[in-house]
Design a protein around this ligand. Structure first.
Ligand code: AMP
Length: 616
């Protein structure tokens, strides 16, 4: 059986089209694709170094991106934008504690709005800026692959929230790319090691990602071909740049440079670059030696290791927290995957390996690994790899119709897959023998605005008074995106179920359209839901009141009966007027009328019950 993800329209992707994988990084961005001959993923920078794009944009007479922009980091700092990923989908409130990190101007007037960046007279959103980087990657990929590139998979950190993911998706769209899927960076890294490509294996994976400026640890559980993020932790301001800094400070003291040195920006920058070179050298050699301003500078691997130990210890502390949150023990971790250029430092590998008490996996190039995994995912989506599916979240909510045509969500959108949830319902009428179950997908409050997936009737419920049957409705969404809905009347164990195979799933545009609709109509939906709830409750009250009047006719006076019935008509009129507040008001009046006799009837019933008992 071919497995089809729920949000990709079957057959809408052409087999021969190259879909690229993009690692949109904080410092560097990379694009990878499956090599047409070898069928293996390859980072395009292996073909042309230029395809690795530093995530930097410079606004001068023209806009430059990547290496060309990098040159301006020191010389034209206010017009050079870096680390834009830290601002994607964020408000000023989110980042204000770290605003000094950015040398360019971040607009801070609307704290809850998404941030904007000011360059000269113009304002840019992080989405627009990220799109410039993506556009550059697209151009370079087209140049290398000699074909149009219009579809891609983009990776994001596992901890990215909805707004950050949506911002990434929008940036892709703005760059002229159709973003088929946003996947988690640690998931991509695991894929690059071939994990998740068979459905049987079950593994727990720790992905340790130490880049230039950020550190992430993610604990994943892989089962049935689905990656589940159990926990994440990290430090968004810790990375290889800090390693450079300790070497830089070491050289400063070695050279006995004083504070005036910092006034010479160019000298500072070249000492910084020399420090990074020293760090990289120490990944393979025991000593680094060079000259700076005619003086000798040197550092040994041992010295370097001592200097960075406290920094690595901070990453280990984060690993401990992530592990605790995942409720797994070190022994239960089957593989530790190393990601990010800074994991080339031997001391990092050693300390991580010592901590997890096992060898760590660092065979796949740690700079390229995320983009390679994204390319594998792209290939899967292109339908080139049969039988593999990576569906990590449901794109739209799944639920059923309740009274008045309201949508009752059982599995909310963005739930992890596989997923299951159940809820209990009951009957509305005495002796009701069947319940109709209508299953819908979508975000709107009224089922009429959502998409119907299927329906069935739970029959043969034994005759019981209204409200007594316990009908448990269970939604099970498996890794293949197949939904099974079952209904069981618990008291009598009557059961019925259907399987819904969403082969004709929605394409991304349709999903987006449905989400947009739900946002646009949110206000009217809330009002309508309130009306329907009031109406349902009022109808129920009329029904109950009539039953009560009939059942206890001899205990209620004629006047009371007349007052009640006339007020019941007022409630009915209010329902017809569709005014929620009026319904509630008339309902309240009906309650006020019936309260005295209802209490009387109850008192009678209680004393009758007591008098029947033989109390000794
Ligand atoms: P990434 O953000 O994953 O591209 O990682 C970039 C970081 O990796 C920078 O701090 C680089 O200096 C660092 N890096 C690159 N190559 C090496 C190396 N051979 N040894 C140690 N660190 C490196």
């Amino acid at each position: 059986m071919a497995k089809i993800p729920i949000n990709i329209a079957t057959g809408s992707i052409q087999q021969d089209e190259i879909i690229v994988g993009i690692d949109l990084g904080t410092t560097n961005s990379l694009v990878a694709a499956i090599h047409p001959d070898t069928k293996k993923p390859i980072a395009l920078k292996e073909i042309d170094q230029q395809s690795m794009v530093p995530s930097i944009i410079h606004f001068g007479e023209t806009i430059s991106v990547g290496n060309d922009a990098k040159e301006y980091l020191e010389t034209d700092a206010t017009n050079t934008i870096y680390s834009i990923k830290r601002l994607l989908g964020r408000s000023f409130d989110d980042i204000k504690a770290r605003k000094d990190f950015f040398s360019y101007k971040i607009i801070d007037n609307e704290e809850s709005e998404l941030v904007k960046i000011q360059v000269e007279e113009k304002f840019y959103s992080p989405i627009e800026l990220s799109s410039l980087i993506l556009k550059e990657l697209k151009n370079r990929a087209e140049h290398i692959l000699k074909t149009d590139v219009s579809k891609c998979v983009i990776t994001v950190p596992a901890y990215f929230n909805d707004s950050q993911r949506q911002a990434t998706r929008d940036a892709g769209k703005l760059a002229g790319l159709e973003v088929l899927r946003i996947i988690n960076e640690p998931t991509a890294a695991s894929l690059a090691y071939g994990m998740g490509t068979t459905t049987q294996e079950e593994q727990n994976i720790a992905v340790y990602d130490l880049g230039g400026g950020t550190f992430d640890i993610s604990i994943l559980k892989l089962s049935d071909g689905v990656f589940d993020v159990l926990s994440t932790n990290g430090d968004t301001y810790l990375g290889g740049d800090d390693f450079d800094k300790v070497i830089f400070d070491h050289f400063i003291s070695l050279l006995k440079l004083d504070a005036t040195f910092y006034n010479n920006k160019e000298a500072v920058q070249s000492l910084r670059l020399l420090s990074e070179e020293a760090k990289k050298t120490l990944s393979t050699k025991d000593k680094f030696e060079s000259t700076f301003q005619d003086s000798n500078v040197h550092i040994t691997k041992e010295e370097f290791d001592t200097l960075i130990t406290p920094l690595i210890e901070r990453t280990i502390a984060a690993c401990t927290k992530a592990l605790a949150d995942s409720t797994l023990t070190k022994k239960e971790i089957d593989k530790v995957v190393m990601v990010g250029g800074s994991t080339r430092t031997p001391a990092v590998q050693k300390m991580v390996s010592d901590y997890f008490e096992q060898e760590v996996s660092c065979e796949v190039n740690p700079d390229e690994i995320v983009s390679l995994g994204a390319a594998i995912q792209a290939d899967i989506l292109a339908g080139n790899t049969s039988d593999i599916l990576l569906l990590d979240v449901t794109p739209l909510s799944l639920g059923l119709e309740t009274m008045g045509g309201l949508m009752d969500v059982i599995i909310p959108r963005n739930s992890k897959v596989p997923s299951q949830a159940s809820r209990e319902y009951t009957t509305q009428k005495d002796g009701q023998s069947g319940i109709e179950i209508n299953v819908y997908q979508g975000e709107r409050d009224l089922v009429g605005d959502n998409r119907k997936l299927g329906a069935f009737t739970l029959k043969n419920i034994p005759s019981m008074p209204a409200g007594l049957p316990k009908v448990q409705i269970k939604f099970q969404l498996n890794a293949d995106g197949i939904l099974t809905v079952s209904a069981t009347e618990v008291r009598s164990n009557t059961k019925q179920e259907i399987e819904i195979k969403p082969q004709y799933g929605l394409d991304d545009d349709k999903v987006e359209q449905m989400l947009m609709d739900s946002m646009q109509h949110a206000k009217e939906d809330i009002a309508h839901r309130a009306f329907i709830e009031a109406k349902t409750e009022a109808e129920h009250l009329i029904d109950q009141s009539e039953k009560f009047l009939e059942k206890h006719a001899e205990l209620i006076t004629k006047d009371e009966k007349e007052a009640s019935r006339s007020q019941m008509q007022q409630v009915q009129k209010a329902i017809e007027s569709k005014d929620k507040d009026k319904i509630q008001l008339e309902q309240e009046k009906l309650n006020d009328i019936s309260r005295p006799y209802a209490e009387r009837v109850m008192d009678k019933a209680v004393s009758a019950a007591l008098s029947g008992k033989d109390i000794k």
